[in-house]
Design a protein around this ligand. Sequence first.
Ligand SMILES: NC(=O)c1ccc[n+]([C@@H]2O[C@H](COP(=O)([O-])OP(=O)(O)OC[C@H]3O[C@@H](n4cnc5c(N)ncnc54)[C@H](OP(=O)(O)O)[C@@H]3O)[C@@H](O)[C@H]2O)c1
Length: 295
Amino acid sequence: MKNFASGLKKKKILIFGAGFSGNQIAKEMRNIGFEVFTSSRKVKDDKWSFLYDSNNDDLPSDKLFKDVSHVLSCMPPNIDGSDPLLSKLETKLLSLDLEWAGYLSTTGVYGNTFGEWVSENDPVNPIQERSKRRLLCEEKWMNTSLPTQIFRLPGIYGPGRSTLDSILKKNITVIFKKDQVFSRVHVSDIANAIIYLIQNQNKFNFYKIINIADDNPSSQIEVIRYSYKLLRKKMPKQIDFEEAKKNLSPIALSFWEENRRVSNSLLCKELGYKLIHKDYKSGLKHCLKHLKLTN
Ligand SMILES: NC(=O)c1ccc[n+]([C@@H]2O[C@H](COP(=O)([O-])OP(=O)(O)OC[C@H]3O[C@@H](n4cnc5c(N)ncnc54)[C@H](OP(=O)(O)O)[C@@H]3O)[C@@H](O)[C@H]2O)c1
């Protein structure tokens, strides 16, 4: 990755919603010389963090927005379907001379493709209420005149948030559902793909919607089996989905109602991004290394 600190004017990014992905992106953008400020809903004793909660009226100070070149939102939609950033700060963002604005969305907007591949060119068809709210936010972002890129993400995992952690916390049910697959992305690939696109913004066509997913959608049981193997633990007996669903929460159940393979062809073939973790095996080995380092 190129480093902006060497010669070029320093770039400044505000990341709204520094949760799992936002924090990783912040870390990697600092590594390439960006000045990075991240939002939180709770006060933090850290000069790089600022308060932002779309549910109250306190807005960040004008000083924070001085010389901002990039903005990224990693926040889920508000419960009424409004966007937590644009609903409060769209006018402010439009008044800045932004080079780029990013929005993390979900592949849930594609709905159920019954296991078929789905790309950015396919129509959206959200079936879950949360995915309908997401689509409303995407539309808001598409309709601003900001230089926006929307990233549609499948299940996000990485160090501290993977099946390895779920197994160790004894928070896992081994469910089998025939022909069901899930797409995934390792959090490092979200960060690196976004950095790659920002750094090559003037070189490529500017696509407004891009999927970031790995190469290998796979069944949940395959991933769980591999996780047990990495942890050298015995996998408990699998439960058939029809039996397991009686005990699943509505949110957990909703994930099993959709079956799709998310294509990364635009990102990886046309735009030339090289995945760090092309499948769950590579990603989980990375998570295991992190587990060993932190325990
Ligand atoms: N997790 C997945 O598998 C997945 C898959 C596809 C897409 N996505 C979407 O991708 C984005 C990033 O996902 P993630 O898992 O990294 O997110 P995450 O860890 O849940 O973090 C979300 C962040 O948004 C902030 N936030 C939430 N509501 C807010 C509000 N009303 N006002 C201000 N800040 C608010 C949270 O603030 P605090 O830090 O103060 O709590 C947190 O920092 C999210 O939009 C998520 O819905 C997630």
